[in-house]
Design a protein around this ligand. Structure first.
Ligand SMILES: *[C@@H]1O[C@H](CO)[C@@H](O)[C@H](O)[C@H]1NC(C)=O
Ligand SMILES: *[C@@H]1O[C@H](CO)[C@@H](O)[C@H](O)[C@H]1NC(C)=O
Ligand SMILES: *[C@@H]1O[C@H](CO)[C@@H](O)[C@H](O)[C@H]1NC(C)=O
Ligand SMILES: *[C@@H]1O[C@H](CO)[C@@H](O)[C@H](O)[C@H]1NC(C)=O
Ligand SMILES: *[C@@H]1O[C@H](CO)[C@@H](O)[C@H](O)[C@H]1NC(C)=O
Ligand SMILES: *[C@@H]1O[C@H](CO)[C@@H](O)[C@H](O)[C@H]1NC(C)=O
Length: 768
């Protein structure tokens, strides 16, 4: 099935602006016209124990007062105002600023299709459910459409989110459908939190134009369950289900107190629901629940840390009366490894785990009911379970996701060389059937439709040139047939006009570092192009090949190149790649970023001095350190967003504890030496010449507080009163960390300032 009509979405108005503007070719920065203002210095110092110095090291922190909340300190406000005036006086020199802004806004202007499911198991007429959100809308509309209706591109509305409350402030956290395909269960939040109220309505009772707007919407079923955080496991005949609920429903959203597992029978009041697993007062556990396809087993799992290591327990639902004194068995008793439940076949449980497998594997284990015991708390169960590997670990390829499909097959998603690769396997033998979509230069956005019993799977990819590509896979014994359901594209552009290529740079220590470049088809490599290089390199995250409106607009406007640098600290080559760029190895992250930039120049992909460093958060630190350490004439400008610029301030902050596995703990002498050698604020020098630097951050960022950017800018300007390059800051007001609670207009304005900054400081010429 191929639905070409979807390819037209977003293309209905095809307007191409081709206006040639000759931009400034000479840098227009001078401290003679606009001197740096300077700021008060205080005599604060910090002392840490150093292993290298065999004693204490003390450093000065003269701008420490800038760590206060901005609104609490008039001196900081004055500094901010002066800086913003300086930045504005520079950016005002972009005579084409409106054009820059419009181009970025266009790159945000597309309809977002999401969460697309096909229900085709045991049903005469299969149907789709999916959501859409217009470019400027914050709430979604859900649609229900039969297969012929989808093919005719009819959008039959099923539930309009704005109708869920009087003032249109409610939204869906998650939803699911009962096994008999008659009831739509939806978890609604009033405040955009992860906790809400379950409501239910019949699938033949849409919520589109109601007369009234009671909470949960008109014409819903009477069942209401408050204070829930997600999981539902239905029984076979859709008459009841298990769910998880915060301990104290009346307590609102007190997230410190864990959750319990309960059982609800339709048509009864939730107050009478039976609790089958109580909260563990010592552990603040938030339970996840799921069950076997044959409805015989109920599983509960819990994690307690970002490392996702899990406990897991199971109970048999046949032959026991539901209560809080049922017998249970342990599957994973002590947070030693990840435990992701995939499927149950004949009392064998298939899981994805990293037990003795850093990069993950698929294993199975026997559900042994002879071990079942009645306990007060599940944590009393300590039995270990023997696992058999089905699909062993692939070294240097992270098993990101695994889904059992078509009854006895499994779809595996690996991160290999920065690319997401999909493999279709037999579940029981582990044998590979086929690689799926081998030539995709995209990254996984999400798995949508995926039922163990269905032969259909729907998944969404995102790529540098298209926000979303949705594929439907028809799964059979020997093959997968792939059809494209949807391709979103930006007005006036076509993804097939661009190419993506993977290359490798050689880092300082000889390690090969993968990276991608994306540019217009047919572009010459003559060493004259500007390139914008996105970096991250933290927490084993993958930041490659996704759609970024700002980068896309910049590439199309300046005929430039987008570079995704797969530097160490990310997961481009598995967990090993993360560890190779964390803690003591953190400097490798920065070496790799410089190596990729130099490689672009050596291959004549980018012009010398025309590589722009671009990174957010940890990536902002990578950008700053690269600016400090790279030789002259590599970087043309540095765009540092929400950047960690004082690693010691980060360590002292509320989230400092989470950074220990990533950069170390400065209170440990050896770690201090490592951090002190690169932390941007402590490594500025009056002797070094820096490329143009624009430091952008949010005034309400609690994760990377404004003090990072403010102190850095004060220090670098103080050291370079006669700088020949602009060293500026841009504060976004009423904005938190990264995209969290940042509006599209704020993102557009931030990006426009960045584009204008690169145009002015590098003398770039805008093509259109
Ligand atoms: C070294 O610094 C630590 C604090 O980091 C302090 O507790 C200790 O007294 C200092 N030692 C000396 C000899 O100054
Ligand atoms: C969204 O808003 C922007 C700016 O207000 C406008 O230019 C654009 O046309 C709007 N897009 C849609 C689809 O309404
Ligand atoms: C919207 O309505 C809900 C429930 O009636 C209420 O709790 C909330 O404060 C209202 N929000 C606004 C922004 O008016
Ligand atoms: C539905 O299933 C439950 C057990 O899961 C059983 O107790 C109940 O009688 C069933 N109801 C109907 C209407 O079949
Ligand atoms: C993928 O690319 C290779 C090499 O360019 C080509 O031979 C192959 O047919 C392509 N496969 C698909 C499924 O497009
Ligand atoms: C900056 O320029 C002024 C005036 O030309 C000069 O007096 C001063 O020494 C310079 N400062 C530095 C650090 O070079």
């Amino acid at each position: 099935m191929f639905l070409p009509h979807f390819a037209l979405i977003g293309l209905s108005i095809l307007v191409i602006f081709v206006i040639n503007v000759t931009a400034q070719t000479k840098p227009v920065w001078s401290t003679k016209q606009t001197p740096f203002q300077g700021a008060k210095r205080v005599s604060k110092t910090w002392t840490y124990q150093s292993a290298k110095a065999h004693g204490n090291v003390t450093y000065a922190d003269p701008y420490v007062w800038m760590e206060d909340p901005i609104e609490s300190n008039p001196d900081i406000q004055e500094f901010v105002n002066n800086q913003m005036q300086l930045t504005k006086s520079y950016l005002d020199k972009c005579t084409n600023f409106d054009q820059i802004t419009q181009s970025i806004r266009n790159a945000y202007d597309y309809d977002d299709y999401d969460d697309m499911w096909l229900f085709d198991v045991d049903v005469k007429e299969p149907f789709y459910i999916y959501s859409t959100r217009g470019a400027n809308d914050s709430l979604r509309t859900f649609h229900l459409a039969s297969v012929p209706e989808m093919e005719l591109a009819k959008k039959k509305e099923f539930l309009v989110e704005a109708m869920l409350s009087e003032n249109s402030t409610s939204s869906l956290i998650t939803w699911n459908i009962s096994p008999d395909l008659k009831t739509f269960a939806y978890l609604v939040t009033e405040e955009g939190t992860d906790t809400g109220t379950w409501y239910f309505r019949k699938l033949d009772s849409p919520l589109v134009n109601p007369k009234t707007r009671p909470p949960g919407g008109e014409d819903r079923l009477p069942d209401v369950i408050p204070s829930c955080d997600g999981g539902i496991f239905w029984n076979e005949n859709s008459s009841a289900f298990f769910y998880t609920q915060l301990n104290n429903p009346e307590g609102g959203r007190n997230t410190d107190i864990g959750s319990r597992v309960r059982h609800h029978i339709f048509g009864t009041s939730y107050e009478k629901d039976i609790t089958v697993v109580h909260p563990d007062p010592d552990q603040n556990i938030f339970w996840g629940i799921s069950g076997s396809e044959d409805f015989r087993w109920l599983y509960v799992t819990a994690i307690k840390d970002a490392d996702m290591k899990s406990v897991a327990y199971a109970t048999l639902l046949t032959g026991q009366t539901l209560s809080d004194t049922m017998k249970w068995i342990s599957l994973s008793p002590s947070y030693d490894y990840t435990f992701n439940i995939l499927s149950t076949k004949n009392d064998y449980l298939y899981i994805q785990t990293d037990k003795h497998a850093l990069d993950g594997k698929v294993s199975k284990l026997k559900l042994d009911w002879s071990k079942a015991r009645q306990v007060k708390k599940l944590s009393e169960l300590k039995d270990q379970v023997k696992m058999t590997d089905i699909i062993p670990e692939k070294h240097f390829a992270l098993l990101a996701q695994a889904w059992v499909v078509a009854t006895d097959k499994i779809m595996l998603f690996y991160v290999m060389d920065g690319r997401v690769k999909m493999f279709y396997h037999h579940l029981h033998t582990g044998k590979l059937i086929q690689e799926v979509l081998p030539n995709e230069s995209s990254t996984l956005y999400g798995i949508y439709s995926c039922d163990v019993k269905s032969n259909t799977m729907i998944l969404a990819l995102t790529s540098t040139t298209s926000p979303k590509k949705i594929y439907q896979l028809q799964l059979s014994e020997k093959t997968t047939e792939v059809s494209q359901l949807l391709l979103t594209q930006i007005k006036g552009t076509n993804p097939s006009d661009y190419v993506t290529e993977q290359l490798e740079a050689t880092s300082k220590d000889g390690t090969k570092v993968p990276y991608f470049i994306v540019h217009r088809k047919g572009k010459k490599r003559d060493g004259t192009s500007p390139a914008i290089m996105h970096v991250y390199g933290f927490y084993g995250s993958l930041e490659d090949l996704y759609f970024d409106s700002s980068l896309f607009s910049w590439m199309t406007s300046y005929d430039g190149i987008i570079v995704w640098a797969g530097i160490r600290g990310g997961s481009e080559r598995g967990q090993e790649w993360h560890l190779a760029g964390s803690r003591d190895n953190k400097p490798k992250t920065f070496d790799d970023a410089i190596a990729v930039a130099q490689d672009l120049i050596a291959r004549k992909i980018a012009a010398p001095g025309k590589v722009i460093g671009h990174g957010y958060s940890g990536g902002g630190m990578t950008v700053a350190v690269a600016a400090h350490q790279a030789p002259q004439n590599v970087f043309g400008a540095m765009l540092c967003g929400y950047g960690v610029l004082d690693a010691f301030l980060l360590a002292r902050s509320r989230i400092g504890g989470f950074q220990v596995s990533e950069i170390g703990d400065p209170k440990i002498p050896k770690d201090f030496d490592s951090i002190y050698a690169y932390s941007p604020l402590q490594n500025l020098s009056p002797k070094k010449q820096y490329p143009p630097i624009l430091v952008t951050f949010g005034d309400s960022d609690e994760r990377v507080v404004p003090g990072h950017g403010l102190k850095y800018i004060a220090q670098i300007q103080e050291m370079h009163p006669n700088s020949t390059t602009p060293l500026l800051m841009d504060l976004i007001s009423a904005a938190a960390h990264r995209e969290a609670s940042t509006t599209t207009e704020q993102l557009v304005s931030m990006a426009a300032n960045q584009h204008c900054f690169t145009q002015l400081s590098m003398g770039l010429t805008r093509q259109k």
